[in-house]
Design a protein around this ligand. Structure first.
Ligand SMILES: [Zn+2]
Length: 133
């Protein structure tokens, strides 16, 4: 088996609703996500997946859908206020944790036909969540 990976960076805001800790306050992160692709054999070019394609597919989606947006739980009352103010709020089922970002990126890459082995997501340089099946 071969694996290739590409790292992506983006910024986002969030808060954890019904959470007893400082992350209940609205704040932001400069996140890193690593998308790992696994294949059994290489293509005719000797590649598992062209890094250019990985960037075009996943990187563009991250830029368009995740970067510089605010992620809130779908029942967070702050969402209505920010949406009414025209802020780019994305509602997620449950809290917008690092685990959920790893899952969101994994599911998107999978939906585009990529053989995703896992997604590692660093909320900070010391805190990482991973999703794989
Ligand atoms: Zn946070």
């Amino acid at each position: 088996m071969f694996t290739v990976a590409r790292d992506f960076s983006f910024s986002y805001g969030h808060r954890l609703y019904r959470y007893d800790g400082k992350c209940k306050r609205l704040h932001g992160h400069n996140a890193e996500a690593r998308v790992v692709i696994a294949v059994d054999s290489l293509d005719e070019r000797g590649m598992a997946l062209d890094f250019v394609n990985l960037k075009a597919i996943v990187g563009q989606w991250i830029d368009d859908q995740l970067d510089h947006r605010v992620f809130l739980a779908d029942d967070d009352p702050l969402a209505r206020i920010l949406l009414d103010a025209g802020e780019p709020v994305v509602l997620v089922e449950g809290n917008p944790t690092a685990e959920r970002f790893a899952l969101m990126i994994y599911e998107y890459a999978k939906s585009r036909g990529l053989n995703v082995e896992r997604v590692d997501f660093w909320e900070t340089k010391n805190c990482r969540a991973t999703y794989s099946q």
